[in-house]
Structures are given as C-alpha cells and as structure tokens.
Design a protein around this ligand. Sequence first.
Ligand SMILES: Nc1ncnc2c1ncn2[C@@H]1O[C@H](COP(=O)(O)OP(=O)(O)OP(=O)(O)O)[C@@H](O)[C@H]1O
Length: 455
Amino acid sequence: MLPFGRGSEDQRRVLGVGGMKAVPYAQEKEHKMGQAGSSLDHAVLRLVPDMFADIWPTPVVLTTRRVSCQSPAPQSPGGRRQDRRTGGFQNRPKFLKVFVNPASHKKEAYEIYKDEVAPLFQLADIKTDVTISERKGHVLSVLRESNLDEYDGVVVVGGDGSVAEVVHGLLLRAQMDAGRDTDSIFTPVRTPLPLGVIPAGSTDIVACSVHGIRHPATGAMHIIMGNHQNVDVCSFSSFGRLLRFGFSAMFGFGGQTLALAERNRWMPPGQRREFAVIKTLANLKPEDCELSYLPAKTETLDPVKNEPTENENVIGESWSTTQGLFLNISIMAIPCLCSMAPRGLAPNTSSVSFSIQRNRIYFSFSFVETHTVQAVKLRPRTQSSWSDDVLEDNRENESKNPPIISSEETYPWNVDGDLLEAPLELLIRVHPHLLTLYGVEVEEAEEPHIKCSCI
Ligand SMILES: Nc1ncnc2c1ncn2[C@@H]1O[C@H](COP(=O)(O)OP(=O)(O)OP(=O)(O)O)[C@@H](O)[C@H]1O
C-alpha cells in the first residue's frame, strides 16, 4: 500500500489544471486504481527539543493511524444521483450549495470564486446556490436550517477555519437528521453530502491534503469530475459533552500561540501571527499533562484481495497512559500537507521519528514519537502555563482588557486553526471515513512557493 507522503517521482504528480502540473485524468485514475487504498494519519506528538532535554528528559509521544480508504459513492437521499446524466462520471454533481467566506486571508475569496471557479461550474452545467458568509457562525446556522436534500454536494471557498465550520455544520446536521442528541457523545453518522474545498485562505491544509496543491481551479475540477475521497474526522468532547468535529488539533505550543494571536486581534494578521509565535517561543513552558490513548487496531495485508484488513485481536481495547511535561501535542486525522510541509505534518510512518520539511531540508527529531491511535484523552495536571501569561498580560493592560480567565479554568486548543477553550479534560475520538471530500489521494504537496503559517 502506498501511504500518504510517499511514492515514486511518477506517483507524486498531482492532478492540476490551468497551467499547473497537469496529469491526464485517465492516467491519474489508472495510477490510483493501482493502489490498494490510501492512508490517513492520526498523530499525537509530544515535542521536547534537544536543547531542553536536560531540563525535561522525558520521552516523547507522537501518534499516527493508518486507515485504508476506498471511496464508495455516497448517495444523496432518494438515490437521485443515479437519475442524472453524469457524462461518464458517476459522482458528478449537478446542483451545489456554495459557501464563500469574504473575510478569508486577503479577502479575495469571492473574486477567486467568481473568476476561477464559477465559470468552470457554468461550463460543466452545474447549478449553484451561493451564500456569502456574513460572520463567524453564519454558515453553521444556514446548514442547520436549510433543506439540503436538493443538493448533490457542498462547496466551501475559504481557508481552513471556513472548511472546519462547514465540516462541523454538515456533521451536526447529519446527526440531527438521524435523531442523535448532538450534546452528548455518540457514534456519529456520515453526512450524505460530499464537500468540495476551494482554497482561498492563508494555509489551506485541507485543500493541499486532498488536491496536493493550493489551486482553486484544481479544486473545482475535482468537484466537476466527482472525484471522491473518504476522510476520517475527529470528535472533541469533554465530560460526555460534544464540543465539535474537526480534522486536527494542537495543545501546548500550538494552542498557546493561537490564543495569544487571538488576544492581539488588533494587529494585522501576519504581524499578529509572527508576534504570537515569537512570544510563545520566548516564554515556552511545557504543560504537565496526563495523556491516555487507545492504540489503533493494526492492519495486515489481505493476501487474496491485496487490501489492508484490520486485525482486531492483536491489540485489545486497553488505554495506554503516560504523564509528564509536553511542549506540544498534535492530533491529525488528515496528513496536513501544506506548502511548508509538502509531505505532511503527519507522515504516514511506523517509525518513531517525525520530520518536517523546510526548504528541502529534513529534520528528524529523536524527541518525537509516533503512535497509531483511535482515541486520545488529555488531562492537564496543573494550571496552564498559558494562563500565567494571560494573567501577566492582564495585569499589564488591566485598564484596557477585561480578564480572560474565568473561575472555571479552560485550556487553549488549536482546532483546525480555531481557538477552542476546552475544560480540564478533552477526549478526541477518530471516526473513520465520516466525511467524503471531493479530491484524490495525493502523495505530496506542491513545492513551497508561498509562506505558510501552519506551525
Ligand atoms: N464575513 C465574515 N467575517 C469575518 N469572519 C468570518 C466571516 N465569515 C466567516 N468567518 C470566519 O472567519 C474565520 C477564518 O476564515 P478562514 O479560515 O477562511 O480564513 P483564514 O484564517 O485567512 O485562512 P486559514 O484558516 O487557511 O489560515 C472562520 O472561522 C470563519 O468562521
């Protein structure tokens, strides 16, 4: 099986249009059909840089999960897709609900949609119903209240935060339609609508992970051709209460940096991000946590079907628990490819080392471990080091800023680039193949050409 982030030179080519790398669809399809399945990684990582090894000599944990991924075509209610003229492409949509976030990145999302995507949909005879989001949360309320039966798919034009909002909305809606209580933990049902992602944000990790490239027209072509890829989604819950769905999360450095950036929203975005990274690094303190994880069921290759099969008996359902000081813990349900880490932040590897690529140089950190997990539970054991900084800041700016920490202490998590202030204990469960995205399995993202802010 060819995992994400690996493959021969030939296999690393991505499907592109409009002057970008262009591989004929048939050739790409043939290549994909040659694979036994794709892989998705789930990672929990605990970073203790070498320079701090004397101070925090604890070992490090990084967790990944490998899941086979075949893509049966989801059916819209009533099986209406089968009645359509699909021009040879079985999953080709005819009517799409489109959400555009005009505030994404450089505020160009609407222009990108109008100039680069809408004309392609028109050529392909695809009808659209477009909503320009007016504020954070607007998309969520539209997805809750609209009749979605008439659509073949949903499209989001924006960055990772916008994608996360639509994913959360679609999955909440699916639970509501299935009569589930969305306030509590449950085994979620799939959403019947595939989601297309048109990158228009500053990082676009989800688009890079399913298209291999940040290129709106490539995203549009995957939608038009009805290329489907099933992806895993995480649920985040605390003390039995569902908080949200998402693809990735960071606690420690990643959460603290975002929290600091959010507290300084008055700065321009680039400056805010750099300020937050530098200040967090300068005050970097590890979090003292109890981390438990449920190892994933192992996979072996079925010799007859040449497909990965889960071996339920090898690892039982027993939680592994570790305690100690963690600089960063990341959980990833998608490979998290981006221009700065073209092979992904969650490399699909059984090795205990984790590497990120910067300008073609690889760093293998001995202080990062990877594990394959189905679920992770994190419980900080002391007051967050982040709250010390908040209190210090608040003392400095007491007259300007109201206190942020309430009597009930929360801990900052970076969930798909959004700040989630979670209570003491957070349970993250991986739900295999919960969502279908328009796209294909990609081996590697485009070479870095734009500054990326994923870490
Ligand atoms: N009209 C709006 N005004 C302000 N914010 C909005 C609006 N519509 C949506 N949002 C919110 O903006 C947030 C960030 O958007 P998005 O992720 O698309 O852009 P970005 O942060 O520039 O990109 P990336 O996440 O890739 O870094 C999302 O959480 C979304 O809910």
